[in-house]
Write a protein that binds this ligand. Sequence first.
Ligand code: SF4
Ligand code: MG
Length: 334
Amino acid sequence: MKPLLDIQELAVSFATYAGEVKAVDNVSFQVFPGEAVGIVGESGCGKSVTAHAIMQLITTPPGRYNHGKILFAGVDLLQQPEAELEKIRGNDISMVFQDPMTSLNPVLTVGLQIAESLQQHQQLGKAAAYAQAVELLHLVGIPSPEQRSKNYPHQFSGGMRQRAMIAIALACKPRLLLADEPTTALDVTIQAQILTLLKDLQAKLQMSILLISHDLGAIAGVCSRVIVMYAGKIAEAGTAEDIFHNPRHPYTWGLLKSVPRLDVNKQTLTGIEGQPPDLLRPPAGCPFHPRCRQAMRICAEYYPATTRITRLHSVNCWLQHPSAPPPEVQTDGN
Ligand code: SF4
Ligand code: MG
């Protein structure tokens, strides 16, 4: 099967007064048709920039695509003229953002907003678009959708607003849905409902989802494959099974230790010590080394080459690399 989205060695940076920030640095991954892939990492790790880059929402300048390809159904989005991109954005790829309140128009009813987007993308008449908007509200689990379609956004709860945003994103029947922290602004119980909704829709509509979150728990419920990002780079990537049950990167270990689990009786939750790196002056070698308890001397000097554990599981960490010198040589007996 050919990938729907194939990102190859993507590098995106931003020019600031203080210097160049390498927000995404040589990132490659694929999303196959009908697959849900998660990108997880702390804020500033480059996960949102990756999603914005796919949608071509990076403003240049100050942003800059330094190199790489973003192949969508075989077409490099970075080489397309704006008119082509607009078609793809409206019809094949759509995005759900973090804050549903600021994304909806407060002076238009929810039904009209969805209908508008249907009219735009599917050349439907007003009445047909409105009828389909009501159907979409039903699809995303809004009760009494006919009546509710006449409400304004402020009459919706946070969870319902996010459902409405998902309905708008689905209006063009996208092949790929990018969801950037879609539940961060919501209460915990509502978060779970929205994640379940995304998973159901993905199965029902056979679309691909790229779910971006700082929360491994959110990713666990929806995604079959997970990419762990740190400092603009991929630290580890694998199936959900690999990442949750056989993680190989110390950063992934840290993320997992900070997620509460229902299947463990007594569990001490620990955060990862230290701060994410300043991408203006990223540390040499492995960017995680200042925070890594397993760090060896080589880690501060050389960026770890990729080690492939299985076909789908890969990790960028010297601990896993067959040609890394043994720890005792590197630590000088310290
Ligand atoms: Fe830690 Fe070294 Fe692995 Fe980086 S390469 S995660 S510093 S052990
Ligand atoms: Mg973000």
